[in-house]
Design a protein around this ligand. Structure first.
Ligand code: ADP
Ligand code: MG
Length: 326
């Protein structure tokens, strides 16, 4: 049974960057205003995330790593949001099957923090009290220590770190009111955004002022197709080496190849050969319209009326770019 659990966990957590994505989502759900990430050896030796959110109550330490246990099913709307995006209490449980997991947390009410280690969904010993501030520290060590196949399939620590950095950059830009920091253990911050910042400022901090200077604002509401789309993108005259595409659907970082392709095509029409844009979009859809058949571990997301929505967004974006360019 443990082998089965481990294989299932390895499907949910495929590499350090997607473990981190789940942990960031948890910190955001806990209403944190500051999220700090520390990494050793591309996240394989250490992946640690510290937040100042609501914390985990002492009595909940027992259950947070049990599969399908979630504290987030209070309202129907929540239930729907979670059923749409998967991970019904699977993230911490999965991590505990493929890594050494330690949780340290303090709620506002408790006088001290508690710390506990987990293995295969279970507490190793009763949580022990220690001094600490409100919030949670999740420490993931030796990821895939018990899964040679998965570990050997990973790229170099440098490439894994690049993917981690990519995830942090994107969440920091989307959640501009929240301060993010990323560093290698013992090093300086590679990413640092203040809280109460804004999207443009964070793009400048992370991707540089030459991109931030060329940004055009985009905003679209379509009642008929029931979506809104907001974002920032570089002007058609400005090209980057690589197509940087940041897409959030209902505040979760996802991929959608058809939207990505259509937008790149618009730019290809106007940009000098081989140029690419920087595009950040936040799409909000009725959660009912997101395809629940796509497995939650897949980053690619599909939705109802996808073709029409993609076309509407692409057309509006093209007009906006041409208009701003006159
Ligand atoms: P889910 O997010 O779907 O509930 P997870 O496995 O990601 O499942 O987390 C399990 C539970 O652990 C959450 O429901 C939440 O109660 C608690 N939790 C996890 N991370 C944090 C955090 N950073 N701050 C507060 N609570 C947390
Ligand atoms: Mg979660």
């Amino acid at each position: 049974q443990e082998v089965v659990n481990r294989i299932a966990a390895g499907e949910v957590i495929q590499r350090p960057a997607n473990a981190l994505k789940e942990l960031i989502e948890n910190s955001l759900d806990a209403k944190s205003t500051s999220i700090q990430i520390t990494v050793k050896n591309g996240g394989l030796k250490l992946l640690q995330i510290q937040d100042n959110g609501t914390g985990i109550r002492k009595e909940d330490f027992e259950i947070v790593c049990e599969r399908f246990t979630t504290s987030k099913l209070r309202e129907f709307e929540d239930l729907h949001k979670i059923s749409t995006y998967g991970f019904r209490g699977e993230a911490l449980a999965s991590i505990s099957h493929v890594a050494h997991l330690t949780i340290t947390s303090k709620t506002k009410k408790e006088v001290c923090a508690y710390q506990a280690e987990y293995c295969d969904s279970k507490l190793k010993a009763a949580p022990k009290p220690l001094a600490g501030n409100q919030g949670t520290i999740i420490t993931v060590e030796d990821l895939f220590y018990n899964m040679n196949v998965r570990r050997n399939a990973l790229r170099s620590p440098a490439e894994e770190y690049q993917k981690i950095s990519d995830v942090v950059s994107k969440y920091a830009i989307h959640n501009a009111s929240i301060g993010f920091a990323l560093k290698k253990h013992g090093g300086n911050n590679d990413i640092r955004t203040p809280n109460n910042s804004n999207h443009t400022e964070n793009i400048r901090l992370i991707y540089g002022s030459s991109i931030a200077r060329e940004l055009v604002e985009f905003s679209l509401t379509n009642d008929n197709l029931q979506f809104t789309c907001k974002g920032l993108m570089t002007n058609v005259n400005y090209s980057t080496k690589k197509f940087q595409f940041l897409l959030f659907i209902n505040h979760r970082l996802v991929d959608n190849q058809s939207l990505k392709k259509c937008i790149d095509t618009v730019y290809q029409t106007y940009l000098p050969k081989n140029g690419h844009p920087f595009v950040y979009l936040s799409l909000e859809l009725d959660p009912n319209n997101i395809d629940v058949n796509v497995h939650p571990t897949k980053h690619e997301v599909h939705f109802l009326n996808e073709g029409q929505i993609v076309e509407t967004v692409t057309t509006a974006l093209e007009q906006k770019l041409l208009g701003s360019n006159r």
